[in-house]
Write a protein that binds this ligand. Structure first.
Ligand code: NAP
Length: 259
């Protein structure tokens, strides 16, 4: 029996976990990365790096590589790839599922200011007169805060920003998970009075939210971008069950791949 060809669009913690959980004796797995970070978690499967060239490029790839199924496990804040994947899969007749962890929701005692994007987050920092801001949105997303004059920023990133557009800032390099006690100590030691974060969801980065709650610090929470319609699962086990259904379909008599 031939192994179904699976394209896993990576970029999230869940993508790496799923790649490790997929039985590569049963599935012919390719894991695809945009190539934004220098260090990648090692995973099984064939690794490819770099964009496909929009919808047209991805549609061509799905047909040329005879892909049977796509798991879109890009990050909850990947704004384009999920839409490109949805359109390309529809065009090539390839089943697709999105693997995406649930968003965080406020708990009692949380003081969240929800905003649509990073520019709106910067406006809130400016308008509220926050003085010492813990900015956890990533090294590539500092620019929207460049015009905020009155605040000092504690910037946390995995890799050093290529350039620093903020006039007054200190960078800490760290990779999660981050627990509540460490987050609390970090925020206290820097006298933080506002936290800015994207609503990435997940346990590994949730410590800053409980620390902010404990310290009575306001949180500027950037909402997720809209996702395309279609199948969505939150857990690795559900993605594996979806792949089992794909394998059953591929092995069924009369299976025809794509269009
Ligand atoms: P994006 O806006 O959705 O994607 C931009 C372009 O990058 C896409 O059009 C595509 O290029 C390429 N791309 C994205 N994911 C890819 C993949 N898995 N394999 C091959 N090409 C891919 O995403 P982004 O916000 O720029 O983020 C880039 C990558 O970093 C994503 O994979 C995302 O999951 C990950 N990431 C993003 C964030 C975030 O906060 N945005 C955080 C952590 C990780 P083509 O059109 O040429 O195919």
């Amino acid at each position: 029996m031939r192994a179904p060809r699976v394209l896993l669009l990576g970029g999230s913690t869940e993508a790496s976990s799923l790649a490790r959980a997929i039985d590569t004796r049963r599935f012919d797995l390719t894991v695809s990365y945009a190539g934004r970070t220098r260090e990648r978690t090692a995973t099984p499967g064939t690794i490819r790096v770099g964009g496909f060239g929009g919808v047209a490029g991805l549609t061509r790839y799905l047909r040329d590589q005879r892909v049977d199924a796509v798991v879109d496990a890009t990050h909850p804040f990947a704004a384009h790839m999920p839409h490109y994947a949805a359109t390309a899969c529809a065009a090539a007749g390839v089943p697709r599922v999105r693997l995406c962890r649930p968003a965080w929701t406020p708990d009692p005692g949380d003081e969240w200011i929800e905003v649509a994007d990073l520019s709106a987050a910067a406006e809130v920092v400016d308008a509220t007169g926050a003085r010492r801001v813990f900015l956890t949105t990533g090294r590539q997303e500092l620019e929207p805060f460049a015009h905020v004059c009155g605040a000092w920023f504690l910037v946390r990133a995995i890799e050093q920003p290529h350039r620093m557009p903020l006039a007054s800032a200190h960078v800490v390099l760290a990779r999660g998970p981050f627990d509540e006690a460490d987050e609390l100590a970090l925020m206290q030691s820097h006298d933080i009075d506002m936290l800015v974060t994207k609503n990435s969801g997940g346990a590994a980065a949730a410590g800053k939210l409980s620390a902010a709650r404990a310290l009575g610090i306001r949180v500027v929470m950037v909402r997720r971008p809209l996702m395309p319609a279609g199948a969505i699962v939150a857990h690795i086990a559900d993605a594996l069950a979806w792949l089992d259904d794909v394998a059953n379909a591929v092995h069924a008599p009369g299976y025809v791949r794509g269009v």
